[in-house]
Ligand binder design. Structure first.
Ligand SMILES: NC(=O)c1ccc[n+]([C@@H]2O[C@H](COP(=O)([O-])OP(=O)(O)OC[C@H]3O[C@@H](n4cnc5c(N)ncnc54)[C@H](O)[C@@H]3O)[C@@H](O)[C@H]2O)c1
Length: 261
């Protein structure tokens, strides 16, 4: 997909990766970029700088997503690319207990990291199926393909987000609908700085702008996996090649990370 002349929604567009994508899409000549975020003040700032529309939206609330889609359609017509990007990363409170996150933390991660993608699809799919096109870019994480040492809720909800995107892709390929999942390791954003310690920085921390570049290139190729850190594909292959060895390697990495604290 070429970005030029497209109507694009970016959730979590006020900061970090979402902000960089919104700015990059504008630079590529998008017809309109809608910046949706619960941080409305920053969403307005980003939107005003790129001539777009800011929408206040908590992606874990379905009626907010429905409102976002309606406001976008009213302003610009049908959405071509929906970037479901907002996400949160809660760490395990007790690093020696994978079940230590509270039920409230699990529910928060489930709402933002999983249900938001489903609400977005539910809001746009009928029109996209009818017109035979539409593109979802769901920001997930390398943690959805591998795992996040130090955060069970992040790992599990990001795995679920991959499962959802696979379903979306295989069920709607014949309707002309495309799906990509953005799966970086460390990216220099507020989320990384405030989030759980883990191995995500070991292969280098990218700038949000570098990630946006990778997104534009991979959307152009219309490939499912967007891997700004290409080494993630090797790790996936190692995992499927020998699961037990991979778990042993991750346990070793965990020991090294937490011993260094
Ligand atoms: N930074 C990394 O290292 C990294 C790595 C892999 C994946 N990711 C993923 O990238 C995505 C973007 O994260 P980021 O690193 O740019 O973080 P960030 O904190 O810089 O930006 C996230 C944005 O999402 C918004 N947001 C959070 N919860 C929301 C909600 N319920 N409703 C609406 N907006 C909400 C925040 O206000 C913020 O503007 C997330 O899905 C994250 O899991 C980040």
């Amino acid at each position: 997909m070429k970005i030029k002349d497209k109507v694009i929604v970016v959730t979590g567009g006020a900061n970090g990766i979402g902000e960089a994508m919104a700015r990059r899409f504008h630079a590529e000549g998008a017809k309109a970029v809608v910046v949706a975020d619960r941080d409305f003040a920053r969403a307005q700032m980003v939107a005003s700088e790129i001539g777009g529309l800011a929408v206040a939206c908590d992606v874990s609330i379905e009626s907010d997503i429905q409102n976002l889609v309606k406001q976008t359609r009213d302003a610009y017509g049908e959405i071509d690319l929906f970037c479901s990007n907002a996400g949160i990363a809660d760490g395990d409170p007790d690093k020696n207990n994978a079940a230590s996150a509270s039920n409230a933390a699990w529910e928060r991660s489930w709402g933002v990291n999983v249900m938001a993608h489903i609400y977005a699809a539910r809001a746009v799919l009928p029109e996209w199926i009818a017109r035979g096109e539409g593109y979802f870019l769901n920001t997930v994480s390398a943690a959805g393909l591998l795992s996040q040492i130090g955060s069970a809720p992040y790992s599990v909800t990001k795995h679920a987000a991959i499962g959802w995107a696979e379903n979306l892709a295989l069920n709607h390929k014949d309707h002309g609908i495309k799906v990509s999942v953005l799966c970086p390791q460390g990216v220099d954003t507020n989320l990384l700085r405030a989030g759980p310690e883990g191995p995500q920085n070991l292969d280098g921390v990218l700038s949000p702008q570098e990630v946006a570049e990778s997104v534009v290139q991979t959307l152009d190729e219309e490939k499912f996996l967007v891997l700004p850190h290409p080494v993630v594909l090797n790790y996936m292959r190692n995992k499927t090649n020998d699961y037990d060895r991979w778990i042993g390697g991750m346990a070793k990495l965990r020991r090294a990370i937490f011993a260094a604290r």
